[in-house]
Write a protein that binds this ligand. Structure first.
Ligand SMILES: CC(C)(COP(=O)(O)OP(=O)(O)OC[C@H]1O[C@@H](n2cnc3c(N)ncnc32)[C@H](O)[C@@H]1OP(=O)(O)O)[C@@H](O)C(=O)NCCC(=O)NCCS
Length: 108
């Protein structure tokens, strides 16, 4: 069994959460608001939930995704480590958080 550890600066006990493992849009539609629209839809359905997103940091650091998520108001709150994840050995990902209600009030 793969070894997984999760470190976060906050407690998730009794808190409703949605975890987005990966968001992706077709290459030919990138930069046209599809990613924002997907999150907008998710947040409008889960208004009282904390939204978490996992983003690769090692062995490959997904800077474009980090910038996209930070632009939408996500902030890094933790680290996910797994000996094996999606076929990648010694995977490290950042856990990013945004409260849905923050987004609902924003210009989505
Ligand atoms: C990351 C991804 C989902 C973004 O989707 P998208 O449809 O291109 O994003 P949008 O066009 O909706 O962009 C929404 C906002 O984020 C900004 N943004 C998007 N990518 C950005 C980047 N790399 N850096 C900074 N800002 C970015 C846009 O400028 C836009 O800002 P605005 O709405 O204020 O004008 C898409 O690029 C993708 O599929 N990437 C490959 C797969 C991947 O790495 N997914 C993440 C796995 S965790």
């Amino acid at each position: 069994m793969s070894q997984i550890s999760w470190e976060a600066t906050f407690l998730l006990e009794n808190e409703p959460c949605v975890y987005v493992d990966r968001i992706a849009t077709r290459p030919e539609y990138r930069g046209r608001g599809v990613g924002r629209a997907l999150y907008s839809e998710l947040f409008s359905h889960y208004r009282c939930h904390t939204i978490l997103a996992g983003i690769a940091e090692s062995p490959f650091r997904n800077d474009a995704s980090i910038r996209f998520h930070e632009h939408l108001g996500f902030r890094r709150v933790g680290t996910y480590r797994a000996a094996q994840f999606a076929g990648i050995r010694n995977y490290v990902g950042g856990i990013f958080q945004r409260a849905a209600q923050q987004f609902a009030g924003a210009d989505a």
